[in-house]
Unconditional design. Structure first.
Length: 287
């Protein structure tokens, strides 16, 4: 653990994972652009798609910077997210596990079935290699009085603070996690909002949100959901995310470098050094 991470842990400032999606304001601009006639074969939405791709690159690069720069860099990252037409949903509890599934590229055939007595036409399509990330997010809005009717006795600073927070929550709609869950599910409804970025602990994964499974596990006395587990899957075609590919390439080159290199380390490095020493001893013995 780095010194920065140790200090954050001691102060209760544990960095939280965030899920970024295009902002509602951007989606409104996109909808307006869709009504503008195309000029020269290019539409206004084509320009906005290109801009959003550029913005996503800027956001993701700042995420990698933030992973090494502590709280100050994370603040800049959040500002970068907002300035580039994204919104960030911060999770309450960091995932206990994250799963990655990678699949090599493959070819598949598509046939029109030869309907109407015509010869069957078969076309071959090449699917790119891909990576799918999945994890579970937990949302919790449980309050003892709201959920079970249990009220703290006595007048203490903690009780007064809790009472004040309870009033504020009730004025804003009451205890519930349905808004966060519904917001994530709503990302699936548009091809634009499905383009998300998940960031946590120095990892930034960009792709298409393809699945959301939510389970409400607790309700309050009024029947409102106050705890939920949300399973998400993000699909990434490697041909689409050039910046992500550079990270994979860098990791590959650093990990699978030649064991004969001067900087060889670990088991292969030790084996290589042992073989070299043995060969030297054999040559010396033969002289």
């Amino acid at each position: 653990m780095s010194v920065t991470a140790m200090a954050q842990s001691a102060l209760g400032m544990i960095p939280k994972a965030i899920l970024c999606a295009p902002s509602a304001e951007y989606m409104e601009l996109y909808a307006n652009a869709a009504m503008i006639p195309s000029v020269g074969g290019k539409s206004a939405t084509d320009a906005m798609d290109a801009l959003m791709l550029k913005n996503a690159d800027l956001v993701q690069k700042q995420m990698y910077v933030a992973a090494k720069g502590g709280r100050a860099a994370e603040k800049i990252m959040m500002e970068t997210i907002q300035a580039n037409n994204y919104c960030a949903l911060e999770v309450q509890y960091n995932p206990s596990s994250i799963y990655f599934t990678s699949q090599e590229g493959y070819s598949y055939e598509v046939s029109d079935g030869g309907l109407g007595g015509q010869a069957r036409q078969v076309s071959t399509t090449k699917a790119p290699s891909s990576v799918t990330m999945s994890c579970e997010l937990i949302f919790d809005a449980m309050n003892k009085d709201d959920a079970f009717g249990i009220t703290d006795q006595g007048i203490t600073p903690d009780h007064l603070l809790s009472a004040g927070m309870d009033i504020a929550v009730q004025m804003s709609g009451g205890y519930s996690v349905s808004e966060q869950v519904n917001a994530i599910i709503a990302c699936l409804f548009s091809s634009m909002t499905r383009q998300v970025i998940f960031y946590w602990g120095g990892m930034s994964f960009r792709g298409e949100l393809t699945s959301v499974s939510a389970t409400y596990t607790m309700f309050n006395k009024d029947g409102n959901p106050i705890r939920a587990n949300v399973q998400i899957e993000i699909y990434q075609k490697n041909e689409d995310n050039v910046y992500d590919q550079s990270q994979y390439k860098q990791a590959f080159e650093e990990t699978f470098k030649s064991p004969m290199a001067a900087k060889a380390s670990g088991f292969l490095g030790k084996v290589n050094n042992t073989l070299a020493n043995n060969m030297t001893s054999i040559r010396n013995a033969s002289l």
